[in-house]
Ligand binder design. Structure first.
Ligand code: 5GP
Ligand code: ZN
Length: 128
C-alpha cells in the first residue's frame, strides 16, 4: 500500500515521489557521511561551501512547520549529530552554520525536512 501525507492546505504528496525519501531508501544514490535508525546525513549535490552536508530524518516530515512535540527527540538528535559531523569534518573549531529552510519564503525547495551543515569558509550575515 502506498502511504500518502496530506499537508496542511496542500496537495497530496506521495512519499514515493519524494526525492529525500528515495535517498533515505537508497533508490537514489548519495554520498552518505552518517546514518543511524532515525536519520541520514549526505553530501549536498550542489555544495555552497567546502563542507555542505544535509541531515535528513528517515521519517517523511514535509517541513519544520509540520513537526510536533512527538518530534522533540528527533529534532534534538539532529543538532547533536550535526555537531558530531562538524567535529569529524574538521570545521568545529573554526565554526560552521546549521540551517533549516522552512517553506517557500524560507527558501525550501525539497519538501522533506532537512538541515544544512555548512563550513570551511566564512559565512555572511544576514543570509540572502
Ligand atoms: P532546500 O533549498 O530545500 O533547503 O535544500 C535542498 C538541497 O538539496 C539543496 O542544497 C540541493 O543542492 C540539494 N539536493 C537537491 N537534489 C539533491 C540530490 O539529488 N542529491 C543530493 N545529495 N542533494 C540534493
Ligand atoms: Zn520524504
Amino acid at each position: 500500500m502506498q502511504l500518502e501525507i496530506l499537508p496542511e492546505g496542500g496537495d497530496r504528496i506521495s512519499m514515493s515521489d519524494c526525492l529525500f525519501c528515495k535517498i533515505v531508501t537508497k533508490s537514489i544514490p548519495s554520498k552518505i557521511v552518517y546514518e543511524d535508525e532515525t536519520l541520514i546525513a549526505i553530501e549536498d549535490i550542489n555544495p555552497s561551501a567546502p563542507v555542505h552536508v544535509l541531515l535528513i530524518p528517515k521519517k517523511h516530515i514535509a517541513s519544520l512547520h509540520d513537526t510536533s512535540d512527538a518530534d522533540k527527540s528527533l529534532l534534538g538528535h539532529i543538532q547533536l549529530v550535526a555537531a558530531q559531523i562538524a567535529r569529524e569534518q574538521n570545521i568545529a573549531v573554526d565554526g560552521y552554520r546549521l540551517i533549516n529552510n522552512c517553506g517557500t519564503m524560507g527558501g525550501q525547495e525539497v519538501m522533506h525536512l532537512h538541515y544544512h551543515l555548512l563550513g570551511g569558509r566564512e559565512m555572511l550575515w544576514p543570509p540572502g
